[in-house]
Design a protein around this ligand. Structure first.
Ligand SMILES: NC(=O)c1ccc[n+]([C@@H]2O[C@H](COP(=O)([O-])OP(=O)(O)OC[C@H]3O[C@@H](n4cnc5c(N)ncnc54)[C@H](O)[C@@H]3O)[C@@H](O)[C@H]2O)c1
Length: 399
């Protein structure tokens, strides 16, 4: 295991390599931003299964489960190991650090596997059955570009496109380091693209997980499962909520209602959780979200709620420390700060006025770029990027 100095390799505003120490520091920050436990650790905290535990909302939920609630259980992510040419993925290094923070006595394991597969379900449920005999919470926070249907072997690829008519919108682009407002036109999806996106990002796999837990008798009375969803601004609606991904989110939300009925006789519950906009690997793949998020950040400053803040609020509701805040469609809402009418009106005005010339005063593009860098462990204050680091980091043991 050698030490080496690594430099960020850029592709557009994304990166091809990740910095282990920077990724670890991001997890440390999340840990610091998450409330300390209010009582003593009894070693018998609730049992959580968190799918998508290495990044974005799933990572924030995992850190808060460990830090605030002393939860036991399992996190699942699908991350790339180091190769001859590339470092491991950011999520690999973040998972290694999360496991360290859970501590040597921590009773939380991590599985690197394709959650869509039958094999991952079997391995995860074998572990949970043998170790705990029950599960109290399942947080489903997967964002993936493709899914192999385990029943048919068919590979579905999601397509982020509008439905019905073409989408023309402003986008945030970078010419080297210089941000500029570009434009984009996307043709509407054909039915097969919409259906494939629903197959990947809809509720099918979440339901398979819940059914598998139920079949194995692991659903504990009081079991509560949630899956992450997004509503967002009408500025992004044509490409998000009213587009292919929105069709998938609708399917996810319909699945929640179905699961809620299935689980009621067992004393369980199922809901979707509407979180606010966050800069994640998944969201940077969606056109116009970069511009929208940069404008939203400029409008809100520190009022832009972090994933840690939202995960904390979510667990308060799931553990019964705070009442569930459901909307009329029975979704848990964490996005009030983003959807506030005044905030949206102000972001609309910024969006209308945004040009390459006005961008610097209207949008926080420096923040956006730093947020993207942080997904790979770059741009993290306190990290010494000149120091050689160990890029070969083992996946945590425990399963
Ligand atoms: N980012 C946002 O603005 C936002 C807002 C609201 C809701 N959400 C929702 O939150 C959920 C998570 O999105 P995110 O933005 O946090 O994504 P992300 O890209 O930050 O994280 C995705 C996670 O899924 C895991 N994953 C991907 N494919 C997998 C597979 N086949 N098997 C197991 N794990 C897999 C990754 O390893 C990672 O842990 C999604 O449902 C998304 O729609 C995101």
């Amino acid at each position: 295991m050698t030490l080496r100095q690594i430099k960020p390799g850029n592709r557009g505003f994304l990166y091809v390599n990740s910095h282990p120490a920077g990724c670890a520091a991001v997890v440390d920050e999340l840990w610091q931003q998450t409330p300390a436990p209010s009582g003593p650790d009894t070693g018998a905290g609730p049992v959580a299964l968190i799918i998508g535990s290495s990044a974005g909302y799933g990572l924030a939920a995992t850190v808060a489960a460990l830090r605030t609630h002393g939860m036991r259980g399992l996190g699942i992510a699908f991350e790339a190991p180091e190769t001859e040419r590339r470092t491991a993925s950011g999520g690999w290094y973040r998972t290694a650090r999360t496991a360290e923070l859970a501590g040597p006595d921590g009773d939380f394991a991590f599985l690197n596997a394709d959650a869509f597969s039958d094999a991952a379900k079997e391995q995860a449920l074998d572990h949970l059955a043998a170790r705990y005999g029950r599960v109290d919470h399942l947080v489903y926070s997967v964002a993936a570009p493709r899914r192999t249907d385990p029943a048919t072997g068919e590979v579905h690829h999601s397509a982020i496109k509008p439905l019905g008519s073409a989408y023309r919108a402003k986008t945030l682009q970078f010419d080297g380091d210089t941000p500029l407002v570009g434009s984009l036109e996307l043709d509407p999806a054909v039915d097969a693209e919409r259906d494939a996106t629903v197959q990947v990002m809809g509720g099918a796999d979440w339901k398979l997980w819940v059914d598998a837990l139920t079949d194995r008798g692991l659903v504990h009375p009081g079991f509560h499962t949630v899956a992450l969803t997004y509503v967002g601004s009408d500025l992004t609606a044509p490409i998000y909520r009213a587009g292919t991904i929105g069709a998938a989110k609708q399917h996810l939300e319909d699945t929640a209602r179905r699961l809620q009925q299935d689980l009621a006789p067992l004393g369980g519950q199922a809901h979707t959780v509407v979180a606010g906009a966050a800069v994640t690997q998944a969201s940077t793949a969606i056109p116009s979200i970069a511009l929208y998020t940069s404008l939203l950040r400029a409008e809100l400053g520190d009022g832009f709620r972090s994933t840690a803040q939202q995960a904390t609020a979510l667990w308060q509701q799931l553990t019964g420390a705070a009442p569930l805040q459901l909307d009329e469609e029975q979704r848990i809402r964490l996005d009030g700060w983003e959807m506030d009418e005044e905030v949206q009106a102000a972001v609309h005005a910024r969006w209308a006025a945004a040009t390459t010339d006005t961008l610097a005063e209207l949008a926080d593009t420096d923040w956006f770029r730093a947020q993207v860098g942080r997904l790979y462990g770059w741009h993290v204050p306190g990290t010494d990027y000149d120091a050689p680091v160990r890029t070969t980091v083992p996946w945590p043991s425990g399963i």
